[in-house]
Write a protein that binds this ligand. Structure first.
Ligand code: NAD
Length: 446
């Protein structure tokens, strides 16, 4: 099938490369010339495990191409995937890029006399595809849904694991407004054998939001419990969660032993969730409900807990060092999670911003996100270090803010004060250090 992907960021590029690897003829379109230029010579534009190799493969096989020419790509396509960004503005998603893309796709469809299915892959709040996107497409094409197809195919990939997630998904959702689009989506994903669910577009949109909101809820619920354990003293939330994980409704007991599902990785304490999806998606669904007169108490609480969670680290540093003005603090990890260079909504940045506001001297390291961090903090007095282990002894305190495996040798470097904001280590790993951890405060004698 000929596929045009509009928007070649994390989702568009990974989708395009994976669909090409399954034999479809894919053209990835972007409006950034530098992106198209690199992709046109087979070079990846984002950091993602396995992407450079797979991109090379499809580039050499001739099933993948990149272009600035949206109209040409759409005119040649059987199916168009719209994967442009939907950033958060004041708790709502900004539909500017998606509306513009839909208008451009519609204009390109005006002179096409074949059936082309237009499918939204971006995350959009329930009711967007069958209103805003439909209107833009119909207006600019002069055609009605039926003459072209309309669908919504939410993406569940996780950055850092995106190729693996796209190639081996747990489910694929076929949101559609017409039977021909459903048939196109079934053809597109025929090489995949996972569970497939056909629903209308607003249900497809809601599945994506409900999924992320429930995952984010697990994280904030555990973080609230962690903070209570810290207040109480003498309770390590990690031991608490180890006990909870053993409930067979979380980790079923089978004849082959205990199954430890991935959901358990969300039921751990930390300094809060970030990234381009969870904060934005929870805010958007909260606001959608509130706009309709529903208070959305649970999602508001998830956000409130998450907003405050990075500040737990600051409190703990203050408890160990007192006033942080003039103190040298080394932040290890800037990306919102390991295996990505994405800084969006990273808890590390919240911690750094607060440290700067309090007058601390901040140095920082990340295995792959140093460059974007340098750009982000261009005008700020932060020292970015390439050699993190050499920087440990110079720092009065070290904060592990992203659980990169690279930092595993940290105990041997004996930091003076360590704030383990991701609970990457055991308390006993730092016998000579002041060990601070989310969800753990030793019981001091009365
Ligand atoms: P991104 O910002 O990395 O990429 C969007 C790309 O679209 C950019 O390269 C931009 O230049 C391009 N673009 C914008 N308007 C265009 C146009 N009219 N024509 C051509 N190109 C255009 O975004 P992303 O992280 O890939 O996210 C895309 C969507 O997928 C969002 O709605 C996001 O919420 C959703 N999503 C993201 C993830 C993730 O992990 N990043 C996971 C699932 C879903």
């Amino acid at each position: 099938m000929k596929v045009a992907v509009i928007g070649t960021g994390y989702v568009g590029l990974v989708s395009g490369v994976c669909l090409a690897a399954k034999g479809h003829a894919v053209t990835c379109v972007d409006l950034r010339p530098e992106v198209v230029e690199r992709l046109s010579i087979g070079l990846a534009t984002i950091h993602e495990n396995g992407l450079p190799e797979l991109l090379q493969e499809v580039f050499i096989a001739g099933t993948f191409g990149a272009s600035l020419d949206l109209a040409a790509a759409v005119s040649a396509a059987d199916l168009v995937l719209i994967a442009v960004g939907t950033p958060s503005v004041d708790g709502r998603i900004d539909l500017t890029a998606i509306t513009t893309a839909a208008e451009q796709v519609g204009a390109a469809l005006r002179d096409v006399d074949r059936f082309v299915a237009v499918v939204v892959k971006s995350t959009v709040v329930p009711g967007t595809t069958d209103t805003v996107v439909r209107d833009a497409l119909q207006r600019s094409s002069g055609k009605l849904v039926g003459e072209f197809g309309l669908g919504m195919n939410p993406e569940f990939l996780r950055e850092g694991n995106a190729i693996e997630d796209f190639m081996n998904p747990d489910r694929i959702v076929f949101g559609h407004e017409d039977p021909q689009t459903l048939a196109r989506l079934e053809d597109l994903y025929r090489p995949w054998t996972c569970d497939k669910l056909a629903v209308n577009t607003r249900t497809a949109e809601m599945i994506k939001y409900a999924n992320n909101c429930l995952l984010a809820t697990q994280i904030s619920a555990v973080n609230e419990l962690a903070n209570l354990c810290f207040e109480m003293g003498g309770i390590d939330v990690r031991d608490v969660m180890a006990g909870v994980h053993l409930d067979q409704r979380w980790s079923p007991l089978t004849t082959a032993g205990r199954v430890r599902p991935q959901i358990l990785s969300y039921l751990v304490p930390g300094c809060g969730f970030g990234g381009s999806c969870f904060p934005k998606d929870v805010q958007a669904l909260r606001t959608l409900g509130q706009d309709r007169g529903l208070p959305m108490h649970a999602l508001q609480a998830v956000l409130d807990i998450n907003d405050a969670q990075p500040l737990q680290v600051i409190r703990q540093l203050e408890s160990a060092l007192g006033d942080l003005r003039g103190r040298s603090i080394l932040i290890l990890g800037l990306a919102f999670k390991p295996d990505t260079d994405d800084l969006r909504e990273s808890a590390s940045l919240r911690i750094i911003d607060q440290l700067l506001a309090l007058g601390a001297h901040v140095s920082a390291h990340d295995p792959i996100a140093l460059e974007p961090a340098r750009r982000h903090y261009a005008a700020q007095p932060i020292t970015f270090v390439e050699d993190w282990s050499a920087a440990v002894s110079a720092a009065e305190a070290v904060v592990v803010a992203t659980a990169w495996r690279d930092y595993a040798p940290l105990p041997a470097l004996r930091p003076r004060v360590l704030a383990d904001a991701r609970r990457m280590f055991q308390p006993g790993d730092f016998p000579e250090s002041v060990y601070l951890a989310i969800g753990l405060r030793p019981l001091t004698s009365p």
